[in-house]
Write a protein that binds this ligand. Structure first.
Ligand SMILES: [Zn+2]
Length: 338
């Protein structure tokens, strides 16, 4: 089966034109000294190049800010905080949480990130809220196109979204692009989310509802980001989660993906949102517990995703090894096209 179920055999790609306004310099998640921030703007063009090598693409540059859509998913005080911070920051400044607490609404605004931040790896720059709203707009535009045409599409979202909760940012995510897209698609037919990023999208899991269930295959989320608290669970009627053990190779990975896919086949959705991360590649140093997926293996993953029911809305999540991103994306696309 051709994964695109494409219109005129061209893959429709939705590109967030403003993503470059979010270009964090440093990531302090591993302490000092900081490392160069992995979520580099170059990632989007590398993934696009990979898909374009596999066949013709038609790129729509999205300039909108999806503020109304985002407000339907995230709490008002959280969205307001990000927009206000944007206006108060100087060019080049990176705002990080310094004190964490559930309600810091009376603290000086520079301390308020700690009300919403998961960790210190996800800075806010003056251009971050617009970039995140624009990334969400790319997902929303792709979802509206897919729901109208009934075909698969690719949303090159950056910053990513699957770690963003109702009132929480972290893991380089600010607004939950995949959940937003799924809620739009669900008005046109049964919709599910499949997350194949290396990490559990705990934001997507938190936002999942039984009508739009979330399926995820990921590294151990207690030993890897998002470093869940011991005992944390997600509702079984909306989340189906599978863990790839450290050191697993592609054979094990594909068996787990196949078994997770059975739940999706049983559901027979009209639309499947795919949170697509290339950080499962073995050389991506974001992994705490390396798994052994090679660039060529993405062709098998793409083919397995294509065989699942429903028009696929591919939403970019992680994937930080810039030297391998073109190859990972090209192989995924070749497998997906079949
Ligand atoms: Zn990831």
């Amino acid at each position: 089966m051709n994964g695109y179920a494409r219109k005129r055999d061209v893959l429709q790609v939705f590109y967030p034109a403003l993503h470059g306004s979010h270009a964090p310099a440093m990531d302090l998640s591993d302490g000092l000294p900081p490392r160069d921030h992995p979520d580099s703007p170059a990632r989007v063009d590398l993934v696009l190049e990979g898909f374009a090598r596999s066949g013709p693409v038609e790129v729509t540059r999205v300039h909108d800010l999806a503020e109304e859509d985002v407000r339907s998913l995230h709490d008002a005080d959280y969205v307001d905080f990000l927009l206000e911070a944007s206006g108060a920051l100087a060019p080049g400044e990176e705002l990080l949480p310094v004190s964490f607490g559930k309600n810091l609404s009376r603290a000086p605004w520079r301390l308020r990130p700690g009300m919403f931040a998961r960790e210190v790896g996800t800075p806010i720059l003056a251009g971050t809220p617009d970039a995140a709203l624009n990334s969400a707009a790319a997902a929303a535009a792709a979802a509206r196109w897919s729901s109208r045409e009934g075909h698969s599409a690719l949303a090159l979202c950056r910053p990513p979204g699957h770690h963003a909760g109702r009132r929480r940012y972290g893991g380089y995510s600010y607004f939950n692009n995949a959940t937003l897209a799924a809620r739009i698609l669900a008005s046109s037919g049964r919709t599910a989310i499949l997350d194949i990023d290396y990490h559990l999208g705990e934001g997507s899991a938190e936002l999942a509802v039984p009508e739009i269930p979330y399926f995820s295959l990921h590294a151990d989320p207690w030993a890897n980001y998002p470093y869940l608290e011991a005992g944390r669970t997600f509702p079984e009627n909306s989340c189906t989660l599978a863990t790839v053990q450290a050191g697993a190779g592609v054979g094990t990975y594909m068996a787990l993906l196949e078994s997770l896919g059975q739940g999706i086949r049983d559901l027979a959705p009209a639309f499947l949102v795919v949170s697509l991360g290339f950080d499962t590649f073995r050389g991506d140093d974001i992994q705490d517990e390396p798994i052994a997926i090679e660039t060529d293996d993405f062709a098998r993953i793409g083919a397995a995703v294509a065989r699942l029911p429903g028009a696929k809305l591919l939403v970019l999540e992680g994937g930080y090894d810039r030297a391998s991103l073109v190859a990972c994306a090209e192989n995924f696309a070749r497998g997906f096209i079949g």
